[in-house]
Design a protein around this ligand. Structure first.
Ligand code: T1G
Length: 662
């Protein structure tokens, strides 16, 4: 390669250009420059060329587009390995006797971060993000991350970063020594300019650096905390073990142990489930019938109803930078709404999620009042008033007359038919559902409901708004309970059947918690409150098919004033906030069984889990058949992000054997 600016292709996705002795290597593997087999082969070849050619005095590696390297190519997992593997590429980078400089132009994640770690110098652009998020895929870094990161940032920080999978901004990466410099606009120029200094000096190979000493007790306490918070995720415990190993073993041994652990975890069911969830989230963004539709601009968000849900939605909108106008039915209700929202902002400041001045800026964009007319400037209004059809119909008719003709009207109803609400407006096409989950400022899931007449641009507006709030939007058609609540009702029904047959609430909860749910169904029912479902059952009683099996135990609990945690007793008793098995409940269950002449039997834990999963899957299949969900993996995402289904099981549809998002 002479002294020229011509470009050389080292593979289909890696090219190089030589300028003044510096080989600028560019990885172009859209969409995220994943370190696929072709990228690895290209890098390997470029490094070989650099090693052989006296004209080349240094190498700069960067990514084309917005990403440096988004990680190993996850789509290659489970397929036959293609050499060179990433460890070999990384080892070659580190061993080079000419400076290899990483010009980190965007996300350098997983294998991308490991490539940067092996370079002799790291310069980050302002858009850079660095991290080792492998645990989110049920694996550990497999190309040196657990051994090289501690050598740069110390054991404790490395353990925390790898166990959490948290990403660092360029500033944070500089502050902890992960990168050496941040460049302004001309990142590649800065990297090339840094070369002469590095050529002159001794190369700093990360792998040869000593692991900074760390107080063993402090590390042990930190490690225990990280593993405890992971609630049994094996990848986190393994990641922490490997980071600690970096201080105990020579690099080569640590790398070998890391690789063996990576390969073992990569082929685990848990990792397969988390990969499925990763791609399911990407697939959920692809919705039929929206080609060419663009979101309407949203600057001002209106919230009608400032109760628990309304105030949480208001906080999320403030956090996302919107102007927020919130109203409630009376000055008193509006005032308590304002205090509720203000309290949420104060809590975010106290928790360090935002600075005090940030909190004040948020509240500066909030208007709260009791006049619906105040919502006139809103580009989108979300109603979150009490889930009563008559109340909501009247509200929608009023909103329709108040807001501008381009404004979107969204309902946060959980169970009511949004088509009925749309029908009271002059433009049903501008109505959709935005079904948030409680607490709305915490829960990631939003069911974006496509009503019968919702126009494509209104639906994409709802989706874009949910994304802007940092939520995961899943599109649902109209049907009782949309996706999540409908499946949850089937789950509840089956759980109550199991009670009737002989299982006890604590046994069912224990079985489901052992399966991986944070909380079993009966504990959840008590947390949410039993009266809402009871009111709905009473509303539906007249239409209920008498031939259908019906368990009345929950009704008996409510008739006895047992509404759950808020009333101190439900399926359990709550003493000083502690959940206790209540013999009175067992007696009520026995009475109900006796009334139906049911002889209780022992229901094994695996039968409990299998039946509850089967009930969810059966309802999921019905939802798919009715076209209410676009794909099975959307159902899995709803259950994982809205109902505590363990992500590492992939969701009910995945657990039932569906392996591909779709
Ligand atoms: N491999 C394969 N495909 C990937 C990918 C990857 N690593 N990352 C993204 N994609 C696809 C994604 O499916 C989507 O495809 C498209 O790219 C755009 O993604 C040895 C083993 C980089 C921050 O965990 O976090 O390295 O739907 O919508 O919002 O230690 O993608 O268009 O067909 O998310 O701009 C570790 C995963 C891997 C990072 C970009 N890396 N990626 O976000 O785009 S394990 C990760 C992301 C590893 C080593 C181990 C994000 C992003 P499609 P997108 P984005």
């Amino acid at each position: 390669m002479g002294r020229s600016t011509e470009t050389t292709d080292f593979s289909g996705t890696v090219s190089g250009r030589l300028a003044d002795g510096i080989l600028l290597v560019c990885i172009a593997n859209p969409p995220v420059n994943a370190a696929s087999a072709d990228v690895r082969a290209g890098l390997f070849e470029a490094l070989a060329r650099a090693r052989q050619s006296p004209d080349i005095t240094a190498v700069v590696i960067t990514g084309a587009g917005r990403t440096f390297v988004g990680g190993a190519d996850i789509r290659e997992f489970g397929k036959p390995a293609v050499e060179p593997g990433l460890p070999a590429v990384v080892a070659r980078i580190e061993a080079m006797d000419k400076p290899i400089i990483a010009a980190i132009n965007g996300p350098a994640l997983g294998g991308g971060c490991e490539i940067a770690l092996a370079c002799h110098y790291r310069i980050a652009g302002e858009a850079a993000k660095l991290g080792l998020p492998e645990v989110k895929l049920g694996i550990v870094p497999g190309a040196g991350g657990t051994q090289r990161l501690p050598r740069l940032v110390g054991l404790a920080r490395a353990a925390e970063l790898i166990a959490s999978g948290r990403l660092l901004s360029a500033d944070e990466a500089l502050a902890c020594g992960l990168v050496d410099r941040i460049a302004g606009d001309d990142l590649v120029g800065a990297a090339i300019a840094a070369a002469p200094g590095l050529i002159a000096g001794a190369l700093r190979r990360t792998g040869e650096l000593a692991v900074p000493p760390q107080q063993a007790d402090a590390l042990a306490i930190l490690a225990a905390g990280l593993v405890a918070r992971a609630r049994g995720q094996p990848a986190v415990a393994e990641a922490v073990r490997l980071v600690k190993l970096a201080a105990e073993r020579p690099l080569a041994e640590g790398l070998a142990e890391e690789r063996a652990t990576f390969l073992r975890l990569r082929d685990s069911d848990e990792a397969a489930a988390l990969r499925y969830v990763f791609f399911a989230e990407r697939a959920a963004a692809k919705i039929s019938g929206l080609a060419g539709a663009t979101p309407r601009p949203i600057r001002v968000v209106g919230i009608a109803g400032t109760g628990l849900m309304g105030s949480g939605i208001a906080l999320s909108a403030l956090a996302a930078g919107y102007q927020v106008i919130a109203t409630d039915r009376s000055p008193a209700a509006a005032e308590s709404g304002r205090s509720r929202i203000t309290a949420l902002v104060d809590r975010a400041v106290r928790a360090g999620r935002i600075e005090a001045k940030g909190g004040a800026e948020w509240l500066g964009r909030l208007l709260v009042g009791s006049s619906l007319a105040a919502l006139a400037p809103a580009d989108l209004v979300v109603e979150a008033v009490f889930d009563d059809l008559a109340v909501k119909m009247e509200l929608f008719a009023q909103l329709d007359a108040i807001v501008g003709s381009c404004a979107v009207l969204a309902t946060n109803t959980s169970y009511l038919d949004p088509d009925v609400l749309a029908a009271v407006t002059r433009q049903p096409a501008r109505v959709c559902g935005l079904h948030f989950f409680s607490p709305a400022h915490v829960m990631r899931l939003v069911e974006v409901v496509r009503c019968g007449k919702t126009s494509p641009d209104v639906l994409v507006t709802g989706i874009a708004f949910a994304r802007q709030l940092g939520k995961l939007p899943i599109v649902s058609g109209v049907g009782e309970g949309f996706i999540g609540n409908r499946i949850f009702s089937a789950y509840r029904r089956e759980a109550e059947f199991l009670i009737e047959e002989g299982a006890l609430p604590q046994e069912i909860d224990a079985a489901i918690e052992a399966y991986g749910f944070a909380m079993g169904p009966f504990a959840v029912f008590d947390l949410a409150g039993l009266e809402i479902a009871w009111a709905r059952r009473k509303r539906q009683a007249a239409q209920r098919d008498p031939a259908l099996r019906y368990v009345d135990i929950a009704d008996r609990l409510c008739e006895a004033g047992r509404f759950g945690q808020k009333s101190g007793r439900g399926w359990y008793a709550y003493v000083d906030g502690e959940r206790r098995v209540d013999p009175d409940v067992v007696a009520m269950i026995d009475l109900s069984r006796a009334a139906k002449k049911i002889v209780a039997r022992h229901v094994p834990a695996d039968e409990i889990v299998a039946r509850l999963l089967a009930a969810m899957v059966q309802e999921g299949e019905a939802i798919l058949a009715e076209g209410i969900a676009e794909r099975a993996s959307d159902i899995d995402l709803v259950m994982i992000n809205g109902y505590g289904f363990p992500a590492r099981k992939g969701g009910p549809m995945f657990a039932s054997g569906r392996r591909e998002p779709g």
